[in-house]
Design a protein around this ligand. Structure first.
Ligand SMILES: Nc1ncnc2c1ncn2[C@@H]1O[C@H](COP(=O)(O)OP(=O)(O)O)[C@@H](O)[C@H]1O
Ligand SMILES: [Mg+2]
Length: 354
């Protein structure tokens, strides 16, 4: 991927490379006249030659633009240069991908998790109530910005969205928009077309598991192995590796990860409220999303759930998954995933159906 530093993109001059994603590269840029600093996402040239991907990129912009929310990225403009580079500008965030924070710091303490998950639940609920399903929620697509009282999340990358009114994956380009399989819902893994907001509920529960344990919920060294786990297995309960989290929290994650979407929480708000109750906090997602982490910490210490675990586990959890190291750091692995996607999906479907 060539570096565009120094290039002119419309009215913007590219100043520095920020990060690469699966669809494009993100740079810091400056408006040539006003000097305003923005982030600019430029479609990878090999992706820009695919008409479906270009259409998707424009829709990513339009969708995110229509969702004006504190915890969702705020796009500005969309343009194409004379040389054919498609780009969108956005607010420039001084943040860090949640995936990088997890890789460096491992499991998150409860207070920080409460704040982050509450904010994510609000962002997704907002999207869902506007008929938008994200479909590619994962730590790479979540930015954590440092606020005065703790993290301020931004959900990025609406490049895989499905609008509720759509019947099928019309705009899915082969090998480009299908993201990381780790956070895929079982219905996505099986290639079902009638996805709804409960697909994002599943991804959020998988992220909760990872935040609380530092381990991906469904590890595996191939796409097929990961998808098979998603379809058939349950991750080990959070409290076995992170004893700070009560058994009642295990139950919440477990319900969020139910294979059949009808058994999951109906919305991300229900999931977040259940999490708050499990930790002995008042079920008020808006409140905890903006409460300073220190105050959440105090509230948790004072809560009954922190003193006595809510209940004994009623039975031994089937924990057939060995604690494998998360295979999620390599971007090259993700590229490989894109390429091997079709073959893997066929293999996984075969495994699931057999
Ligand atoms: N507005 C922004 N400000 C700062 N960094 C950003 C911004 N948008 C994206 N990024 C960084 O660029 C990466 C790729 O962006 P993303 O929208 O996910 O692209 P892709 O669709 O190619 O995956 C993100 O994971 C994030 O680290
Ligand atoms: Mg991305």
């Amino acid at each position: 991927m060539g570096d565009r530093t120094g290039e002119q993109l419309g009215a913007y001059t590219v100043v520095a490379h920020v990060a690469d994603g699966s669809m494009g590269s993100v740079y810091e840029a400056r408006h040539s006249e006003t000097g305003e600093r923005v982030a600019v996402k430029v479609l990878h040239p090999e992706v820009a030659s695919d008409a479906v991907a270009v259409q998707r990129f424009r829709r990513e912009y339009e969708t995110a633009k229509s969702l004006c929310h504190a915890y969702i990225i705020d796009p500005r403009d969309f343009d194409v240069t004379a040389g054919g580079a498609h780009f969108m500008t956005m607010e420039l965030l001084e943040g860090e991908e949640l995936s990088l924070v997890l890789a460096r710091e491992g499991a998150m303490r409860r207070a920080r998790l409460v704040r982050v998950v509450s904010q994510l639940a609000l962002a997704l609920h907002h999207a869902h109530s506007h008929g938008v399903i994200h479909r590619d929620l994962k730590p790479d697509n979540i930015l954590l910005c440092a606020g005065t009282h703790g993290d301020e999340v931004r959900v990025l990358d609406f490049g895989s969205v499905k609008l509720q009114a759509e019947s099928g994956p019309k705009l899915t380009a082969f090998g480009t928009t299908l993201g990381s399989p780790y956070y895929m819902s079982p219905e996505q893994a099986m290639g079902k077309l009638d996805l709804d907001s409960r697909t994002d509920v599943f991804a959020l529960a998988a992220i909760m598991h990872e935040l609380a344990t530092g381990q991906v919920a469904f590890p595996g060294d191939s796409v097929a192995a990961i998808l098979k786990r998603i379809a058939d297995e349950e991750p080990p309960p959070v409290s076995t590796s992170s004893p700070d989290y009560p058994w009642s929290f295990d139950d919440v994650v477990k319900q969020g990860l139910r294979k059949d979407k009808v058994d999951r929480f109906g919305s991300t708000m229900e999931l977040a409220n259940a999490m708050l109750r499990a930790l002995g906090l008042e079920p008020d997602v808006e409140r905890w999303a903006r409460t300073p982490v220190r105050d959440i910490e105090r509230a948790l210490e004072a809560s009954p759930a922190a003193v006595t675990p809510a209940s004994s586990p009623p039975f031994a959890y089937p924990s057939s998954i060995p604690a494998a190291p998360p295979m999620r750091d390599a971007r090259t692995a993700r590229m490989a995933i894109g390429v091997t996607w079709a073959a893997a999906l066929v293999a996984a479907a075969w495994l699931i159906l057999s």
